[in-house]
Design a protein around this ligand. Structure first.
Ligand SMILES: C[S@@+](CC[C@H](N)C(=O)[O-])C[C@H]1O[C@@H](n2cnc3c(N)ncnc32)[C@H](O)[C@@H]1O
Length: 198
């Protein structure tokens, strides 16, 4: 994760799901993410915009609960794999830039982003744009962290919270490092989710 801003995600796509928290192939890991994500998303079927959706693992969980998912990724192979993973579901995947998603005037109940924001230039500007993609009462669900202990890379929760505070009406940080089920192993670095309503 530490070099994610330099990764060729197209080249990584075919093996991306081999990581436990990416592919959610292990039932325990999948259930751990399902529990968290279910609590972060609205209870009623909603329009979810998944930015930097990768192979669509979180999108699949959301779609299984009746949410309509629009996934955006700039790596064509990721989009292909996400389309295959959610074939037959109420989901659309588009090739595009998460910082300026190609959704026209469409607005969403949730902007969901896992492990993408930290590597984008000018996260404050990006967050303002994402906020504008939400309907009134909508929410940002951001899963981020600071990976590695020797040369850590990422966005700390307090920095992300400070960027979100002027943009959102309430904000909750949920720490994820202590739940080894999410990662398929113990982790020592900072991992968290922020749910922020507008
Ligand atoms: C670490 S992966 C996370 C994938 C997915 N969100 C997940 O949690 O399984 C990062 C993903 O973000 C995508 N990505 C990175 N920068 C992007 C950008 N500016 N616009 C769209 N997608 C981007 C990559 O192609 C890759 O699929």
């Amino acid at each position: 994760m530490a070099d994610a801003d330099r990764v060729d995600w197209d080249a990584e796509a075919d093996t991306f799901d081999d990581e436990p928290d990416h592919g959610l192939r292990d039932g325990v890991v999948r259930e751990a993410w399902a529990e968290r994500l279910r609590a972060w998303l609205p209870e009623t079927p909603s329009d979810v915009l998944d930015l930097g959706c990768g192979t669509g693992s979180l999108a699949l969980l959301a779609a299984e609960w009746g949410h309509h998912v629009t996934g955006i990724d700039r790596a064509p192979r990721m989009v292909e794999l996400a389309r295959a993973k959610l074939a037959g579901r109420d989901a659309v995947f588009l090739l595009g830039d998460a910082t300026a998603p190609p959704v026209g005037e469409q607005r969403f109940d949730v902007v969901l982003v896992r492990h993408v924001l930290w590597a984008l230039p000018d996260p404050g500007r990006v967050l303002r744009h994402w906020r504008g993609l939400l309907r009134p009462g909508g929410r940002l669900v951001l899963v981020e962290g600071v990976w590695g202990t020797l040369s850590p890379a990422g966005i700390p929760a307090d920095r992300l919270a400070a960027l979100l505070e002027p943009l959102t009406s309430d904000l909750r940080v949920e720490r994820l490092s202590d739940d080894a089920r999410l990662w398929g192993r113990e982790v020592a670095d900072e991992r968290y989710a922020v749910v922020a309503h507008v």
